[in-house]
Design a protein around this ligand. Structure first.
Ligand SMILES: Cc1cc2nc3c(=O)[nH]c(=O)nc-3n(C[C@H](O)[C@H](O)[C@H](O)COP(=O)(O)O)c2cc1C
Length: 165
């Protein structure tokens, strides 16, 4: 397996989840973890699996300029995940999966992972497992107990499924 985990993170939660996912996947093959500013826009021909992680912002995936404006840090980081998804070139049928971080509040529905999944699907990726969300406590807090372990399990299962590919 050759896998790429691409993530976008401002406050660090999505980075922590991405690291846990990538570490668990790495038990089953070669895994590269990259922040979106450094992610390739041309998917390597021998890639077996792409995993994309983002934080949920205003009910969805932070959009280009909006995300930059709300977070204030994307400008310095080069490009947003939404912009990267727009730039992706990929032959049809490559495997992909998406996750996000989000808070769990009745008045805050929505999922960056579901939007990412749709966007990946639209450019030709085959989604191999449903979008998954990992929960942040409070307002701008950190991952609630158990979520890091769940991220490790999620990554481990994905890695195991692709170990021989
Ligand atoms: C501007 C902004 C908007 C947000 N909007 C939502 C939202 O609509 N739904 C949600 O579940 N979480 C929302 N959140 C919470 C983030 O998803 C959460 O804090 C996430 O962990 C941030 O990821 P990061 O630490 O990797 O930057 C928002 C956070 C920010 C800063």
């Amino acid at each position: 397996m050759r896998a790429l985990v691409v993530f976008e993170s401002v406050a660090g939660n999505t980075r922590i989840v991405a690291e846990a996912v990538a570490n668990a996947m790495a038990k089953h093959g070669r895994v590269e973890l990259v922040e979106v500013a450094h992610a390739p826009t041309k998917i390597p021909a021998d890639l077996t699996l792409l995993v994309v992680g983002a934080s949920t912002q205003t009910f969805t995936l932070g959009r280009g300029k909006d995300a930059r404006d709300t977070a204030g840090q994307f400008g310095q980081r080069g490009r947003t995940l939404a912009e990267w998804l727009d730039m992706l070139h990929v032959p049809l049928g490559y495997a992909a999966a998406a996750f996000d971080t989000r808070v769990k509040k009745a008045f805050l529905p929505g999922s960056a992972a579901k939007t990412t999944e749709k966007r990946l699907s639209n450019v030709g990726f085959k989604i191999v497992t449903p979008a998954e969300g990992f929960i942040i406590g409070g307002n701008g807090g950190s991952l609630i107990p158990g979520e890091l372990e769940r991220a490790t399990l999620w990554g481990g299962r994905l890695g195991a499924a692709f170990a021989r590919r």
